[in-house]
Ligand binder design. Structure first.
Ligand SMILES: NC(=O)c1ccc[n+]([C@@H]2O[C@H](COP(=O)([O-])OP(=O)(O)OC[C@H]3O[C@@H](n4cnc5c(N)ncnc54)[C@H](O)[C@@H]3O)[C@@H](O)[C@H]2O)c1
Ligand SMILES: [Zn+2]
Length: 348
């Protein structure tokens, strides 16, 4: 027998910059002209964001003489499936996109997850950038490099971890976003404050009305804070494990509630109820003061997010959730605002 050893150990640097500001999208073409990531750009966007922003961005690219094409699909979670990946890939091939080219993910989390996934597998991988247009995508899905699609067995079950080359967060996009989508993102922002940062939580309490009215300074601040928190957690732990698990606060019940509603409940709305239910456990177990639980609930309520559910999912229904490791569900529970602990419950 012969054994031939391959030597493929390599150090990779997946670092990238996240730009946050106002009016960045207008400058995207100029920014990419200065530091290009590909020869041609496939701007991937859904049916709504194509009309709202895609066409203008394409015009800017044309003006700067940067080669780009728009590729689109129907808005919504239903499109986040492998068929869409194949359709987009076929269209890109037909337009002559190859390994020297790059993808721009222009849209909410659905676009980001799909376009990032496609970039990571198109001709064995091409670079991409994230240009998130929903608050949820700006503070959550565009950061961290998780990509993927849903399959019949569940959400996000096929995917890759592929970091973008850059993220451009332009708060101007939020002007057309419906209020419930702002609240959807706000739930994740409240989550960040509870798991990591009491001062940030106080800021949210003090400035909630400003935030809901899209006050520029407040919005820029909460996005910056949230991005910093998520980036820190991801940096510690690029692939999923216990540190990243913190981010699942509110999500164990949240995912079950989403599923129970047949995905009619927006993710952030489900997470909002999930945080309240997690806090109930934390109070019962003696980790959290009921006064603090009430304070968190009050902020969630003021944000216009739900705090109760008629049908609380039973623990056994949480077991299909990916947070069930070795027969135990790992609940992320707050001990106080800014500090969480993992609490294990048998799930079968
Ligand atoms: N990769 C990750 O780490 C991660 C994290 C969290 C969520 N996600 C995924 O993100 C997805 C949800 O993302 P989402 O909440 O952004 O949903 P979404 O992408 O479906 O966007 C919500 C709706 O808003 C529209 N829209 C987008 N930007 C707009 C704008 N500026 N103005 C008006 N309308 C606009 C979209 O067309 C869509 O109809 C889910 O699939 C979820 O699994 C991924
Ligand atoms: Zn979430």
């Amino acid at each position: 027998m012969q054994i031939i050893k391959t030597k493929l150990k390599k150090k990779v640097d997946n670092s990238y910059k996240i730009f946050i500001g106002e009016g960045l999208a207008k400058d995207l073409a100029a920014l990419l002209k200065e530091s290009p990531i590909g020869k041609k750009y496939a701007i991937i966007t859904d049916s709504i964001t194509k009309k709202l922003f895609g066409k203008n961005i394409l015009k800017n690219f044309n003006n700067k003489k940067i080669s780009a094409e728009i590729f689109t699909f129907n808005k919504g979670e239903k499109s986040k499936q492998i068929n869409t990946i194949e359709k987009l890939a076929n269209e890109m091939i037909a337009k002559g996109f190859d390994r020297k080219d790059a993808i721009i993910a222009l849209g909410g989390g659905v676009v980001g997850d799909l376009a990032g996934f496609l970039a990571s597998i198109y001709m064995r991988g091409i670079p991409y950038i994230q240009v998130p247009t929903t608050l949820l995508a700006m503070v959550d899905s565009a950061i961290g490099g998780k990509t993927g699609v849903d399959i019949e067995s569940g959400k996000n079950l096929l995917g890759t971890i592929a970091q973008p080359k850059a993220v451009y967060i332009d708060i101007d996009f939020l002007k057309t976003l419906p209020k419930n989508q702002i609240q959807n993102g706000l739930a994740e922002i409240i989550k960040y404050a509870v798991i990591c940062d009491k001062r940030f939580f106080k800021y949210l309490e003090k400035n909630l009305e400003k935030i809901l009215n899209l006050d520029k300074e407040a919005i820029l601040y909460i996005i910056e804070k949230s991005v910093k928190i998520k980036t820190k957690v991801v940096e510690k732990d690029e692939t999923e494990n216990l540190t990243r698990m913190k981010l699942n606060y509110g999500h164990t019940y949240g995912h079950a509630l989403e599923k129970q509603s047949n995905y009619t409940l927006l993710h952030g709305f489900a997470v909002a109820i999930g945080m309240v239910l997690a806090n109930e456990i934390a109070v019962k177990e003696g980790y959290l003061k009921s006064k603090t639980a009430e304070r968190i609930r009050a902020l969630i309520k003021r944000a216009g997010l739900p705090t109760t559910t008629i049908k609380k999912p039973e623990i056994k229904y949480l077991s299909s959730d990916k947070k069930c490791y070795g027969g135990q569900i790992h609940f992320v529970l707050p001990k106080r605002i800014g500090k969480v602990k993992i609490h294990k419950v048998k799930c079968r």
